[in-house]
Design a binder for this molecule. Structure first.
Ligand SMILES: C[C@H](OP(=O)(O)OC[C@@H](O)[C@@H](O)[C@@H](O)Cn1c2nc(=O)[nH]c(=O)c-2cc2ccc(O)cc21)C(=O)N[C@@H](CCC(=O)N[C@@H](CCC(=O)O)C(=O)O)C(=O)O
Length: 144
């Protein structure tokens, strides 16, 4: 069931602009960062109930996606992490394809495997993790 509701752009201009470019071009523009593919995650705000759209690096393996709550290695999780914990029903846009998904935070060996895939997709994640004591969370997205 697709997420419906009022969209509230991110106050982070660069993210909001990229989200807007991806959506307004039906996923044909704005889908890279530093030459690496970017996807768009729609979550439901845990307090406002509004739709939030968050560009994230594309991490995919055998048809399954993961998203990484890196926030550049900041000491705290991004807000969208808490939205997903509160309501795991998300929408993932990868280019022109949008899918309703259920997000599940991974731990242990599963996390280790997905972390390797994430770093392969976007090597900066390894740097971010080095720069913070926070263990950067990873969600696997499964078809709803
Ligand atoms: C700025 C903040 O955003 P955030 O959810 O913390 O997410 C921060 C970043 O992760 C986000 O900007 C990402 O898009 C940044 N980012 C990546 N961020 C990542 O964490 N990982 C990535 O791989 C990544 C890649 C990426 C690629 C391109 C790009 O343009 C941005 C990229 C935000 O939106 N804050 C809002 C609140 C949003 C919200 O969800 N509010 C909740 C309530 C929250 C609460 O108060 O409990 C609600 O609506 O109910 C605000 O301050 O008003």
């Amino acid at each position: 069931m697709p997420l419906t509701g009022e969209y509230e752009p991110s106050p982070s201009k660069w993210a909001a602009d990229q989200a807007e470019l991806i959506e307004s071009s039906d996923g044909t523009k704005g889908t890279t960062l530093n030459g690496r593919p970017v996807v768009l995650l729609t979550t439901r705000g845990a307090k406002s109930g509004k739709l939030r759209k968050t560009p994230l690096m594309r991490v995919e393996h055998d048809g399954t996606y993961a998203v990484v709550a890196s926030l550049g290695g900041a000491p705290k999780n991004p807000v969208w992490y808490y939205n997903v914990k509160a309501d795991p029903h998300v929408e993932l846009r990868d280019g022109q394809r949008k899918q309703d998904m259920v997000a599940r935070e991974v731990t242990g060996e599963e996390k280790t495997a997905w972390w390797e895939r994430a770093v392969a997709a976007y090597p900066d994640y390894a740097e971010y993790q080095k720069n913070t004591d926070r263990e950067i969370p990873v969600f696997v997205l499964e078809l709803a």
